[in-house]
Design a protein around this ligand. Structure first.
Ligand code: PGA
Length: 258
């Protein structure tokens, strides 16, 4: 493995700005005490917490980058409730999660909007973390890999990006928040298929993450045997200890210490 690992904490609609500052400070302390050698660490707070979190990160000169959980692909105008990429970059945000299954399912984000958002983010030098993943019916069907690689193709068709700038997160819907992560074999089979789809778009160097009930306990096995570059973490990212434990598990794997 030559790429650096990547662990992204998706805080979802949790933590107000005071709690967000507190968690960021705890994370800064843990990362300073035990700094990962080969893992990039990103947190994705709610919109209203972003400036508070980037301020802590800047003041502490911490090795943490900040993501938004969503963004509009439009530049400005009459789009009540939406936030633009320029607004995010002004705050020091350098990553964005695109097409999380909760956005796709609950807020009707389709493949076209995922692609437009990915394209718009790259144009503003904000790195997209494009989420893909199947529901249980597709998992139990004939070919979950075909479904997920079609999502990858739909999101990245015609993008022509630098592979380093693009991350794909494989997040099976049935594993998100369920306490039941995919098995390492399932993750590996899907990772291989996703990397093949990425290569078809000239993105063979892009990093592939897994997300869905990742904890400090299962992270080591999933990163080793699942052949991913790291994780997109929901629930376990809300506590500094457990999130840091996941960062360490990925770092251990990358450093070949285990
Ligand atoms: P989870 O969420 O870790 O709580 O399963 C992952 C995600 O939705 O990104």
């Amino acid at each position: 493995m030559t790429r650096r690992g990547l662990v992204v904490g998706n805080w979802k609609m949790n933590l107000d700005y005071v709690e967000a500052v507190h968690l960021t400070q705890q994370l800064v302390t843990l990362l300073r005490a035990q700094a990962p050698a080969s893992v990039d660490v990103v947190v994705a707070p709610p919109f209203v917490d972003l400036r508070s979190v980037t301020s802590v990160v800047e003041a502490e000169r911490a090795d943490i980058e900040v993501a938004a959980q969503h963004v509009s692909h439009r530049e400005r105008g009459a789009f009540t409730g939406e936030v633009s990429l320029d607004m995010l970059t002004r705050l020091g945000v350098s990553w964005v999660i695109v097409g999380h299954s909760e956005r796709r399912t609950l807020f009707h984000m389709d493949d076209d909007v995922v692609r437009e958002t990915t394209r718009a983010a790259l144009a503003r030098r904000v790195r997209p973390i494009v989420c893909v993943g199947e529901d249980l019916a597709v998992r139990d069907g004939d070919d979950p890999e075909a479904f997920v690689t079609a999502q990858v193709g739909a999101a990245l068709a015609g993008i022509g990006a630098d592979p380093d700038a693009v991350v794909v997160a494989y997040e099976p819907i049935w594993a998100i928040g369920s306490g039941r992560s995919a098995s390492a074999e399932q993750v590996r089979a899907m990772t291989v298929a996703i990397r093949r789809a990425l290569a078809a778009h000239g993105l063979e160097g892009s990093r592939v993450l897994y997300g869905g009930s990742v904890t400090a306990d299962n992270a080591g096995t999933l990163v080793d045997d699942g052949a991913v570059d790291g994780f997109l973490v929901g629930g376990a990212s809300l506590k500094a200890d457990s999130f840091h434990g996941i960062v360490r598990a990925v770092d251990d794997c990358y450093a070949g210490r285990r």
